[in-house]
Design a protein around this ligand. Structure first.
Ligand code: G1P
Length: 291
């Protein structure tokens, strides 16, 4: 069985829900506290044992490449000001080995994944979506999924149960329990169903381990919801032919595609920070009753 070494991070979308902030700045560069959201995703991949990362970028996404590049001018400035802590942080970001490819047309998540075919070749691989940040210390969501993959060796969808009124925002899974394993065997999957259509409340939440046969399936997948080629539709086809599993990962997941979700992530990540958590908690307490 091949190891999971490579990860794909789609980051080509327009980020229209965060306009005007995303007019000239990629959505993936918006920070939670002081770190761009895409860096949280990249760090989760590395902490999970991923060795090579491909970012699917697009029009006006240069800032992402610059962020993971070296910045000699800044390094000299920090050196001259003896700011060794910041210098360490800035250098460590540029040491991460990241590849890029551009998705030329916004044809959907399935089409974005298809852009990764030559990078992935014939290995099973991970996909991490930038809108889903998951906090779980010490075992990130992807690490948990790789552990499950090493046991069962098939496509795995990282899931969690969502509220009934949220099912239409996600890919929803229908599955049956597998004895002795922490997974469901997926029998079908549907992209953003209505509440009535939804077969369950188990949603795919931005973490996937996928076998490379997905590429051939994606090539034959017609545009679905929203006129876009949906990864969910390709996974649904795969589930009819081979074993596809859903694993409910542990961790607090934030929906960064949603403004309220972004605010919650900002507040909670700030509260967890050793340098900010104390005074920030006091500040929040002082607001209670006044707002
Ligand atoms: C995408 C997927 C969807 C998945 C979701 C997780 O939707 O198409 O199946 O549940 O990510 O966040 P998006 O939110 O990009 O529209």
């Amino acid at each position: 069985m091949k190891r999971i070494r490579k990860a794909v991070i789609p980051a080509a979308g327009y980020g229209t829900r965060f306009l005007p902030a995303t007019k000239a700045t990629p959505k993936e560069m918006l920070p939670i506290v002081d770190k761009p959201t895409i860096q949280y995703i990249v760090e989760e991949a590395l902490q999970s044992g991923i060795e090579e990362i491909l970012i699917i970028s697009g029009h006006a996404k240069r800032a992402i490449e610059d962020h993971f590049d070296t910045n000699p001018g800044l390094e000299i400035h920090l050196q001259e000001h003896h700011d060794t802590e910041l210098l360490k942080i800035v250098r460590s970001i540029s040491e991460i080995n990241i590849h890029y490819i551009r998705q030329k047309h916004m044809r959907g998540l399935g089409d974005a994944i298809l852009c990764a075919q030559s990078f992935i070749d014939d290995e099973p691989f991970a996909v991490l979506l930038g809108d889903d940040v998951v906090y779980n210390d010490p075992h990130p969501a992807l690490r948990q999924m790789i552990d499950v993959y090493n046991d069962i060796g098939a496509t795995i969808l990282g899931c969690q149960e969502v509220a009934q009124d949220k099912v239409s925002a996600y890919g929803i899974v229908k599955g049956v329990p597998v004895e002795g394993k922490p997974v469901l065997k997926v029998t079908s999957m549907i992209e953003k169903p209505s509440i009535e259509e939804a077969p369950s409340r188990i949603a795919a939440l931005g973490r996937y381990i996928i076998t490379p046969d997905v590429f051939e399936v994606l090539k034959r997948t017609e545009p679905g919801k929203g006129g876009e080629v949906q990864l969910t539709d390709a996974l649904n086809t795969m589930a009819a032919r081979e074993s596809v599993y859903a694993y409910c990962f542990e961790g607090k997941r934030y929906d960064l595609g949603d403004k309220l979700g972004f605010l919650k992530a900002t507040v909670e990540y700030a509260l967890r920070r050793p340098d900010l958590g104390g005074p920030f908690r006091e500040y929040l307490k002082s607001l209670v009753g006044h707002i």
